[in-house]
Design a binder for this molecule. Sequence first.
Ligand code: ATP
Length: 259
Amino acid sequence: MTDVVEWRTAPDQPVITVEDLGIEFLRGRKRKLSLREMIYRGGTSHNKETFWALRHVSFEVGRGEAVGLVGGNGEGKSTLLKMIAGTLLPDEGRARVREGVAPLIELTGGFIGELSARENIYLTAGLHGMSTEQVDERFDQIVEFAGPQVRDGIDKPFRHFSSGMQVRLGFAVITCLDEPIILVDEVLAVGDKAFREKCYDRMEALLEQGRTLFLVSHSEGDLKRFCTRGLYLKGGAVVQDGDMDAVLDQYNDDIMSQS
Ligand SMILES: Nc1ncnc2c1ncn2[C@@H]1O[C@H](COP(=O)(O)OP(=O)(O)OP(=O)(O)O)[C@@H](O)[C@H]1O
């Protein structure tokens, strides 16, 4: 992990600007239609009903902010993170990201199952602009952080790793990159307790360096520990943007009033 973050933006310029962002998904996957439905829908067997997973979402994030995304299941948190990472494109509006992004969004970290853990380290770091020599230099540090099980399986196909091992490797690689913005989606909950503590220490170190963090978590403890600002997503819209504690209070009040 580098301790120098190279910024492209001026200190007072937002590193992320999300403007009127929206994305529409098909509500269901393929399902069998009745003959009557097929005739009326022109013979297709796809359900074409759509919904807006996110709509009219706008906010800015400044350099070094630590933002927690809060919301119930299916309210659009992971989708928003993927749009900031650029792996999903908007149907409306835009997400402008002015710095490099290190995303740990899916459990697999976007790694390729058929490649070995070693090959995935070089591939992922290379895609984030690191030269082979730079990865060589950090390789041992990455593997050491990921732990002995990962070291023992370093030349095995990644798909043979347990989900815990996959997260260990994903977290080790992503947090070793030099990217100024880090996106973490619910992965801290997967590792065992000892590894979680290591992850917490590393997240704290990254924040001390002034990196920008987006954290999706259902753990109030994790959100309060790392984030000062909260965004509350409900029905694909931002219903609250403010102090993390206040956002969690609102979210908890809503949950209590629904139950
Ligand atoms: N690729 C996709 N195609 C169709 N629907 C999708 C797709 N990805 C997500 N969705 C739907 O979009 C909505 C938002 O999903 P998302 O994963 O962003 O929610 P979330 O807030 O992260 O939920 P959770 O807390 O359960 O992880 C859900 O209804 C989900 O089923």
